[in-house]
Design a protein around this ligand. Structure first.
Ligand SMILES: [Zn+2]
Ligand SMILES: [Zn+2]
Length: 446
């Protein structure tokens, strides 16, 4: 930094240029990367489940405090009054200018790691139900955490090149999609400055480390969890005429629901209806009283989501009526609000602006427009229903040779949430920090 400044003065340049910022980021990364990789390995070996991110949050808070941020811990209010939210909010005010929010997740998953890496997790912990489970950063939130800390460090050091208010947040409980909501419910945008832009990254399990991919517009779907209780009238398995069999009815409903996507909505509006669980009955010769279907619905647009919910109810009730089920035993549709998350909408103008800036830093060829996905995330909450321009990009996290081998063999790479998911730390973190630091500087540069 010092060297660069004196060089700039010698050359008669008195304002910081993007090229200078880039040189500074590169030289700082060269100095910091070994430490960041060991931070990553430490976080990877110590994952914590959603709603239990106590140590991870305390570590993030102490790191940010040491960098000069004003840090508030335990931000967040869950619907369950006795749960603690481990949300971290770190603010750095640097004169007038835009307010930019950068988010990382803090939580890991109940997965038993099978990568065989020397720093693999062997952690076991109690889940919300009190059962002991293995825990792993199988979604790569440890990559996000380390990129976030690296970015926070770069931006603190490059304070002379940006102005405005930077808000770095550590969000708990992304995997259970209630952490973002908990933070907003606890005054994230009233107790702290409300952002003009919100940014995040997510590692990608099938893109080479060193690359960034993105999609402007709807990039990830909304997720809606639904339970459908199919009620009948139970009885002896050998006397169907004396019953209204909910197993047969549920079977018809499962098939009929698939016609919603194929026949009832425009083929140009993506949607998925998956019945992921079907439970009913106790014994071969008993017709049960009810069968419970558990569904997930994915859409981009809210009106499509509403249309699908109405269709599910209509089809379930109509088929029950056709089967002769009395009206007071009609199917019940329950939307599990606590498990829902909105679509991730990348503001198109912001996406292209940031993608171009990242391209200038990591190489234009390394920034690629990808396809949107029907998986979901709770980052969308931070945009307050598209009112705050938001952008989440994908960070390639896999060793290039493995991506190439998978392409040739046709054998898919381990996905996110897989016990074998294995990001390549060094190039991934380097690119993640460069990309996110560049994104923030693009929005806040002097
Ligand atoms: Zn995940
Ligand atoms: Zn994730």
């Amino acid at each position: 930094m010092k060297k660069l400044t004196s060089l700039a003065v010698l050359c008669g340049i008195f304002v910081a240029t993007p090229a200078m910022a880039q040189q500074s980021i590169d030289s700082m990364l060269d100095r910091e990367i070994a430490q960041l990789v060991s931070t990553y390995k430490m976080l990877h070996a110590a994952p914590e489940l959603s709603h239990h991110e106590e140590k991870t949050a305390a570590f993030v808070a102490s790191q940010l405090r040491a960098l000069g941020y004003t840090v508030t811990e335990r931000v967040g209010k869950y619907a369950e009054p006795d749960w603690t939210s481990y949300g971290v909010v770190a603010v750095m005010k640097n004169g007038g200018g835009p307010t930019v929010l950068v988010r990382t997740e803090l939580d890991a998953l109940p997965v038993e790691e099978k990568t065989g890496l020397p720093y693999a997790s062997t952690v076991k912990a109690k889940n919300d139900a009190g059962q002991e489970v293995s825990v792993m950063h199988a979604c790569g939130h440890d990559i996000h955490l380390t990129s976030f800390l690296g970015t926070a460090k770069m931006l603190a050091a490059l304070k002379d090149q940006w102005h405005g208010t930077l808000i770095m947040i550590g969000q708990p409980a992304e995997e259970t999609v209630n952490g973002a909501r908990a933070m907003l419910a606890d005054g994230l945008y009233t107790r702290f400055p409300k952002p003009d832009f919100a940014l995040a990254l997510h590692d990608s399990p099938d893109v080479e480390a060193g690359k960034v991919t993105y999609y402007p517009g709807y990039a990830m779907a909304s997720a809606t969890s639904v339970d459908l209780v199919i009620r009948g009238l139970g009885g002896h398995g050998a006397r169907p005429e004396a019953t209204k069999d909910p197993v047969v009815l549920a079977s018809q409903i499962v098939l009929a629901l698939q016609t919603i996507v194929s026949r009832e909505k425009s083929p140009l509006e993506p949607a998925v209806i998956t019945v992921g669980s079907i439970h009913g009955g106790t014994k071969r010769n008993i017709i049960p009283d009810e069968v419970i279907l558990q569904l997930t619905i994915r859409t981009y647009k809210e009106e499509v989501r509403q249309q699908i919910l109405a269709s599910i109810e209509r089809i379930a009730k109509g088929l029950a009526l056709a089967a002769g089920v009395p009206e007071d035993r009609a199917p019940i549709l329950k939307v599990i609000e606590s498990e829902n998350s909105p679509a991730t909408y990348n503001d198109p103008e912001l996406s292209e602006r940031i993608a171009a800036a990242i391209g200038r830093t990591v190489g234009k060829d390394n920034v690629i427009k990808a396809q949107p996905l029907m998986v979901s995330e709770d980052f969308g909450y931070f945009s307050l229903d598209h009112k705050i321009p938001a952008f989440m990009f994908w960070l390639g996290a896999v060793e290039p040779a493995r991506v190439e081998a998978a392409r040739k063999s046709g054998k898919p790479l381990p996905s996110l949430h897989s016990s074998l998911f294995e990001p390549l730390p060094e190039p991934t973190l380097r690119t993640g920090i460069k990309a996110m630091t560049t994104a923030v500087l693009e929005l806040m540069k002097k």
